[in-house]
Design a protein around this ligand. Structure first.
Ligand code: KIV
Ligand code: ZN
Length: 384
């Protein structure tokens, strides 16, 4: 089994479904070009049948971006597949992503049909998509809640019909990591033609488990993971690209790699946040404002002695200039001395002790003591 995990970015499709985050075609081209620099393997550029704007975006992204595979979404209906194939006409490397519900909940309450009819529609859609493009991905929607035996039957049927990739989405973010990893393992053990396709994972974050579930899926053998920048997406979002990529990089003992140029992670996060008008929460792993900020005295002291004490990755590895020592009322003398030295001031122990007392008075009044406050404080401590 390959040790390379393919990164399938769906920021411009599943991510863009967030209310208020819609982008124009021109904006989508900017994001897609950045994703290309970031090194993603596949860009899901849109759902062409859904609107003329989405169709146009897939056409223009296909012209502008040449390295990653460009993927277009479709339901398991001919009109959708036709629109996807037409929109992908200029793509150098193209993929149609088609699929249908696989859980009994979806089969009964969304499609009002039977498992047998779902199998027939899945096979027909895969064959039809295959008549249009070589690379066909099939999604088994709501696989997280699907019956395992039926799911394996469906996966076997669509691989038999020509699917090159089969996506096992936890559409509702329902699964626990062992459960989701167990599903992927079951598929590997019970689908006879599994070696002919790549298994892809696509997790939603309704229980905050999208990254954990994705890693469990990879551990069980999946070699494509579907992600978005900053984890944006429907409801609580999708798996974050930056979390999965850095988890695999930090845990190099797993022996798995991606093609991501990790120093592009932070700039890409900022770009997507600004263009999609979605603020990144301060404590967001990898890309949040506080991800490399140390604020308590004990942590600051430990960090200043050796950054390995409180950091498991270098900020530069993800495109962040440097770690931050935030001076607050919880900071200690060591951090204050360090910051003052960076600003050009040095004091003996007695002067520093005195300054530290005054620093705490200011810090108790303010959430954060900035450099201008420190310069004011330091000036008053210089003998005239
Ligand atoms: O969450 C989901 O099931 C999806 C599919 C359309 C792939 O986004
Ligand atoms: Zn999804």
């Amino acid at each position: 089994m390959s040790n390379r995990v393919q990164i399938f970015d769906t920021t411009l499709r599943d991510g863009e479904q967030v209310p208020g985050s819609q982008l124009t075609t021109e904006e989508k081209i900017v994001v897609a070009s950045q994703l290309e620099k970031l090194g993603v393997d596949i860009i899901e550029a849109g759902f062409p049948v859904s609107s003329p704007g989405d169709f146009r975006s897939v056409v223009e992204i296909s012209k502008a971006v040449r390295e990653p595979v460009i993927c277009a979404l479709s339901r398991a209906v001919q009109g959708d597949i036709d629109a996807a194939a037409d929109a992908l006409q200029y793509a150098r490397r193209k993929r149609i992503h088609t699929g249908i519900g696989s859980s009994d909940i979806h089969i009964e309450h969304k499609f009002a049909t039977t498992r047998e009819k779902i199998l027939e529609r899945a096979i027909a859609a895969t064959r039809y998509a295959k008549s249009k493009v070589e690379d066909v991905e099939f999604y088994c929607e709501d696989a997280g809640r699907a019956d395992l035996v039926f799911l394996a039957q469906l996966v076997e049927a669509v691989i038999g019909a020509g699917a090159t990739v089969v996506n096992i989405p936890d559409t509702t973010g329902y699964c626990l990591p062992e459960e989701y990893g167990g599903k992927i393992k079951y598929i590997f053990e019970n689908v006879s033609n599994i070696h002919k396709a790549t298994i892809s994972i696509h997790c939603h974050n309704d229980l905050g488990l999208a990254t954990a579930n994705s890693l469990a899926g990879i551990n069980a053998g999946a070699r494509q993971v579907e992600v978005t920048i900053n984890g944006i997406g429907e409801r609580a979002g999708n798996t974050s690209l930056e979390e999965v990529v850095m988890a695999l990089k930090v845990h190099s003992e797993l022996g798995l790699e991606t093609g991501i140029n990790t120093p592009y992670i932070f700039p890409t996060s900022q770009l997507v946040s600004k263009m999609m008008r979605m603020q990144v929460q301060a404590n967001k792993a990898i890309v949040g404002r506080n991800a490399f900020a140390h604020s308590s005295g004990i942590h600051q002291d430990g960090h200043l002695k050796n950054n390995l004490n409180y950091e498991i990755m270098n900020p530069q590895d993800v495109g962040v200039d440097k770690s931050d020592i935030v001076l607050t009322a919880r900071s200690g003398r060591h951090a204050l001395k360090h910051r003052l030295e960076l600003l050009g001031f040095s004091f003996d122990k007695t002067a520093l002790d005195e300054l530290y007392t005054r620093f705490l008075e200011v810090a108790d009044l303010k959430k954060e003591v900035n450099d201008a406050d420190l310069v004011d404080l330091a000036r008053t401590a210089i003998p005239v």
